[in-house]
Design a binder for this molecule. Sequence first.
Ligand SMILES: Cc1cc2nc3c(=O)[nH]c(=O)nc-3n(C[C@H](O)[C@H](O)[C@H](O)COP(=O)(O)O)c2cc1C
Length: 188
Amino acid sequence: MPEQHSIFLISGTNRPASNTIRITREIERHYCEAGVAVELYSLESLPPELFVPAAYRQKPPAFVQIQEKVYAAAGLHLVVPEYNGSFPGALKYFIDMLKFPESFEHKPVAFVGVASGEWGGLRAVEQMQMVFGYRNAHIFPNRIFVNSVLSKMDSAGKLTDPDLNDRFAKQVRGFAEFAGLFVRKPRS
Ligand SMILES: Cc1cc2nc3c(=O)[nH]c(=O)nc-3n(C[C@H](O)[C@H](O)[C@H](O)COP(=O)(O)O)c2cc1C
């Protein structure tokens, strides 16, 4: 059954070993610490059968489950890398394969941008916001932009920037409340 009391956390690229999935795992950790149910979905897991023209008409069974999860989630948290001054094409294709037009109607959505460049995915997130705004999503105002992403992590992909870590904690807690979920108090 789809989980209606959880956040669906999306790593917005299918590029293997992306920095985006590393950042997404850090965000997942904050949801766990806040006692908020979360499901991480990486676009690397998109079924290859989705990438055929016939998929517009009939979705592969593995993707039907994902459609349901997106539709049922209390909120969507998107981690969006910047590719060529925008979001990845795979992320837009994923969106175009979801249930239409109901998937984002009044859906709480939070954004994190990721880039190796100095703007931290600002363009990618703002362009994505246009798509979600068009589909009547409720966009959480606290966005985070991770610039020079490699400088924020160690070689194992763990976050090394304490300020960024605090900002993720705040965004996660704020967004879970925005999405109507109970959030465990932070440890003192
Ligand atoms: C196809 C492609 C296009 C990219 N274009 C940009 C860009 O326009 N601006 C930028 O700052 N970084 C760009 N990058 C670098 C990514 O921001 C960088 O790889 C970062 O780690 C996030 O992407 P990743 O999750 O795939 O690792 C690009 C990377 C790829 C693969």
